[in-house]
Design a protein around this ligand. Sequence first.
Ligand code: KG4
Ligand code: ZN
Length: 334
Amino acid sequence: GEPTYILGIETSCDETSAAVVQDGRIVLSNVIASQADIHKRFGGVVPEVASRRHVENITLTIEEALSQAGRSLDDIHAIAVTYGPGLVGALLVGVAAAKAISFARGIPLIGVHHIAGHIYANRLVEEMQFPLVALVVSGGHTELVLMRAHGEYEILGETRDDAAGEAYDKVARALKLPYPGGPHIDRLAREGEPRVPLPRAWLEPDSYDFSFSGLKSAVLNTLHNASQRGETIDPADLAASFQDSVTEVLVEKTIRAAKEYKARQVLLAGGVAANRGLRERLQRRCEAEGIALVIPPLSLCTDNAAMIAAAGYIQYQKGQFADLDLNGVPGLSL
Ligand code: KG4
Ligand code: ZN
């Protein structure tokens, strides 16, 4: 039949993004205005600064996405916008823009959960096969999600304290590496050996939850104790040991869930999916268990609007539309 075009909008954190996706699978454009360089100076995302930049960027970003896709608003069947979770002031910019266009042009509005978006980044690469288990790891999230059908999410586990990326960033800060620290730790880890003993937070035997704050404290204590004794610790070894602990727990819990629920696919998403240690370990374990693994390219793993349009397409097909009273919900649950 006729193709369906969804305009996606994402402003939940520090990327202003708009995209046009055809039939939930084909990316016609995916424009991302990153604020990373601005927040770098502050060592983290400053919410007020993020909101202001979104306001400055949103209109041009949407126009650019339409233009790159060779489409106009007349072609758009629905507008899918992230309405949570995220920074409330940041979310509101995208939601307000989506509502304004929806109202002015009579285009249906769809509210999308940010994590659903991360999961659906995978469908821009490969068709989903259910049941599947998705591991979403970013600076703000660590979630293990079971899906038995399109648009149906069951959270198996999530972090009880720091998100995986957050732990990376905090450990990087302790090692005096620049923000965001994840990529730096990843690089450093490849030059070291995991010989520093660090804990693994398995939690209760049947739990799929995660915890990274104990590990982070153990790293800080190791550094502190060494300096007290006038010893030095090879930062590369420490990075390798930290990465080993994080990836072992993430991967083993994902594999256990995949086996328990007889998953036909394991999906990886979120900014930490860039981590080479994590990708390699998950690849190795999925291969050993004979489970198909999908990891989108990095540009689709970090925050972007194409993934929001892809998730929104499923809601479009189900007729799950939002009203003009749609609001940003910082703590939205999946
Ligand atoms: O998804 P994302 O771009 O933004 C959100 O948090 O939503 O993820 C950013 C996070 C940061 O914490 C960053 O340090 C981490 O992903 N990250 C990495 C790597 N690349 C990015 N963590 C570990 N290894 C990496 N290679
Ligand atoms: Zn995200």
